[in-house]
Design a protein. Structure first.
Length: 436
């Protein structure tokens, strides 16, 4: 979506700005369950967020599917606005049924942005998007930069999250979780870290007494023991990483085994899917090639369908629901990667499997890197074998392990598009991560 005329920045202008990035929790699942209602609720919440934004002297720069990108010239106003939004939604949720409420996450960063006629870009946007992904449902995460600006100007209740590295962000970004109410601090699940003390000023050098020399020797000895302990800790960390990888692989294998029926049932499922593909070919349907699962489901539910009223209809709908859930998860999982650090996988078949580099941008669009160039691609442009490689790579790289629905969706995708190599890839051990 292009910037509106209400944007405070002119085309091609660079500015320091407080950026608020919002997102709806489990939006894909809500859309799958009830698309029309979800879109209505989203528009309702967007209207409320725009009003609160304007009240705090901010501007809506663009929409990002199920989120908004907000601009503030003041970090104080940005944080006050975010708190007002989440408190408003929390109050509304108390009087509304769960089906009539959406839950939002917010991230805030103060940084440099660049605006052209079509978009807003820069570290301020990228970091705010990553912070939003770190926030809990209904929560807010801010960067150290924002916290330093607002801590003496707003009455805040915060928890400094345990140090972590944001995916694809080069510099270390300390994160603070904002609590909506003071009492919430008692229920925080993250470990609170105090701010680092300022370095003490240097005084004049003093000669060490014999006692101090002994103490210094003891400290050096303890430091050496600490280094030895650190080596042991690194070894232990490697063992733990290997154990987590094995547990993740076992969980994936168990999910596949659980959903794999006996030989008779497998044959029935295979025959049902084969008959379905033949019907689609006879109808000259392109919905399967375009991954248009909604259109395929519409055809299954049609009273004129050959399987109307038969058990095969429920099987087809189950396969579609699982594949749709997989695509929703995949679109979110690929946001962990970016242009500089894409997901790198290899095709699952062929004598010289082709390397594939993909990621989903903050605009929720798929990007495909090949031949030294990166360009936007539609999902429908990817052939099933190529998409299977991306699915397997994303599932293997998920931390700590992928959700059960995504694994079942991959199994359904393999069955519908006749890709046994995808199931074989999922059964194999997860590849070792770079740098591990």
């Amino acid at each position: 979506m292009a910037l509106g005329t209400s944007s405070p920045l002119g085309p091609g202008q660079r500015s320091l700005a407080a950026i608020v990035f919002t997102d709806v929790v489990s939006f894909s699942a809500r859309m799958q369950a009830d698309e029309e209602t979800t879109l209505t609720l989203l528009q309702r919440d967007f209207d409320a967020m725009r009003e609160v934004c304007v009240q705090h002297q901010g501007s809506v720069l663009k929409t990002t599917g199920d989120g908004l990108l907000l601009y503030f010239s003041s970090a104080v106003q940005a944080v006050a606005c975010a708190l007002a939004m989440q408190r408003f939604f929390a109050e509304q949720a108390k009087t509304r049924p769960a089906a009539q409420s959406l839950v939002h996450r917010l991230g805030i960063h103060l940084g440099d942005v660049f605006v052209n006629e079509q978009d807003v870009m820069g570290d301020g946007v990228n970091i705010a998007a990553r912070l939003q992904a770190e926030a809990e449902p209904g929560g807010i995460c801010i960067s150290q930069t924002v916290y330093d600006v607002v801590k003496n100007k707003l009455a805040l209740h915060v928890i400094r999250l345990s140090p972590r590295e944001l995916k694809n962000i080069s510099q270390h970004i300390p994160i603070y979780k904002l609590l909506l109410e003071a009492a919430a601090a008692e229920t925080g699940t993250e470990e609170a870290y105090p701010e680092e003390p300022a370095p003490a000023g240097k005084g004049p050098a003093k000669r060490l007494s014999p006692g101090m020399k002994i103490a210094l020797a003891a400290v050096l000895g303890a430091a050496l023991a600490g280094l030895i302990g650190l080596a042991g800790f690194s070894w232990l960390q490697e063992r733990r990483e290997a154990a987590r990888a094995e547990a993740a692989q076992n969980a994936m294998a168990a999910t596949i085994a659980e959903a794999t029926a006996d030989a008779t049932s497998r044959e029935r499922v295979a025959n049902t899917l084969a008959a379905w593909r033949s019907e689609l070919q006879d109808q000259r349907s392109t919905a399967a090639e375009e991954y248009n699962f909604a259109e395929l489901a519409k055809g299954v539910r049609d009273p004129r369908s050959p399987v109307a009223g038969k058990p095969e209809a429920q099987l087809r709908l189950q396969v579609l629901a699982r594949m749709q859930g997989l695509f929703g998860w995949l679109a979110t999982a690929l946001q962990r990667y970016n242009r500089d650090s894409p997901l790198i996988v290899h095709e699952l078949s062929g004598t010289a499997p082709k390397e594939i580099r993909v990621f989903v941008g903050i605009d929720r669009q798929l990007y495909y890197a090949e031949g030294g160039a990166t360009r936007q691609r539609n999902w429908a442009e990817l052939q099933p074998p190529t998409l299977a490689a991306i699915i397997a790579g994303a599932l293997h790289d998920a931390q700590p392990f992928p959700p059960r629905d995504a694994v079942l969706g991959a199994q359904a995708f393999a069955g519908f598009y006749q890709l046994p190599e995808l199931l074989e890839a999922l059964r194999k051990a997860r590849p070792k991560r770079p740098g591990k």
